[in-house]
Design a protein around this ligand. Structure first.
Ligand code: GUN
Length: 293
């Protein structure tokens, strides 16, 4: 069994990005600039955005954090999106999700200029991704593809089961795994809360990508010998022994599943660091105007 070290891969990729930024600057180019809008004080979102700002520093990017309280109106947020769309110094920006219930996430996402949508959530980027055109690909699925590449994990002709159908992970992941290229060329099954035979589907899988948000959902009796297991879960569960009062729990029962696998990602230290690294890659592409002028 090989433990996939997402933290090490992400560190290596961020170093490559930093070197490329230095080259861009030496050639008289502009430092890439990522802006992030954060609404409220959700613990998970605070951590993600904090890590995004830190990663920008490591990559040599400029970063701007714009904060609002939970009572911000949709109109105020739309005005801020419009401002960032029209700010020539900002190459790309994200609006951290989830947003408070009184704000339509879809309306905000669709207001973002797709050429600056480094999260890859805008319908234009989602559509382009689905038909294999150059675009911003959402960070978590793209991070997982990078892990397959880094560890030379075969995906062609494999049976891949994606657990979860969210717009951020499950749906794009399934699309990407069926693309006619590596990493891809897999036969993909998507399982979700209404799937009746999840265990049987998982037992047929060469690759399982678990993105349900249900701690320890995938147990050893659901996993075929030699399978590749990618765990996207990051549920916070109370843990009095930790200073923070919680620990991150994956969707996979790691201790019992790991001995059966060929490759497995830990939580934390697997997919998480790769997600932020992919956002950095998208920001570099935005700075270089790689996909859109
Ligand atoms: N919330 C959870 N994951 C993400 C992400 O990748 N981007 C944004 N903007 N919000 C998120």
């Amino acid at each position: 069994m090989t433990l996939i070290d997402g933290k090490a891969v992400a560190t290596a990729i961020k170093q490559e990005i930093a070197q490329e930024v230095e080259q861009i600057l030496r050639a008289g180019g502009k430092r890439p600039h990522l802006a992030a809008i954060l609404v409220g004080h959700d613990g998970g979102s605070e951590t993600y955005v904090h890590n995004k700002v830190l990663s920008c520093e490591q990559c040599g990017f400029t970063s701007t954090l714009i904060r609002y309280e939970d009572d911000v109106t949709e109109a105020e947020l739309l005005a801020q999106v419009d401002k960032l769309n029209n700010d020539p110094d900002v190459d790309g920006f994200i609006v951290q999700l989830p947003l408070p219930k009184h704000i339509s996430e879809q309306k905000i996402i669709e207001a973002i200029d797709y050429r600056k949508d480094v999260d890859g959530f805008h319908p234009i980027n989602v559509g382009r991704m689905a038909i294999g055109l150059p675009c911003y690909i959402s960070a978590t699925p793209n991070g997982i593809l990078q892990l397959f590449k880094y560890y030379n994990i075969e995906t062609s002709g494999k049976h891949c089961v994606v657990l979860g159908r969210s717009n951020i992970v499950g749906k794009p992941m399934a699309q990407l795994m069926m693309q006619k290229r590596y990493p891809g060329d897999a036969t993909v099954t998507v399982c979700h809360s209404h799937t009746t035979n999840i265990k049987e589907e998982c037992l047929k899988a060469d690759i399982i990508i678990a993105a349900l948000g249900q701690p320890h959902f995938v147990t050893a009796d659901m996993v075929k010998e030699g399978a590749v297991i990618i765990d996207v879960g990051t549920t916070r569960v109370p843990d009095a022994t930790r200073k923070s009062g919680f620990r991150l729990c994956g969707d996979v029962d790691f201790d019992n599943v790991a001995p059966k696998c060929s490759f497995i990602t830990p939580v934390p230290g697997g997919v998480g660091p790769m997600t932020i690294c992919s956002l950095m890659k998208n920001t570099l592409s935005a700075g270089k105007k790689e996909f859109y002028k």
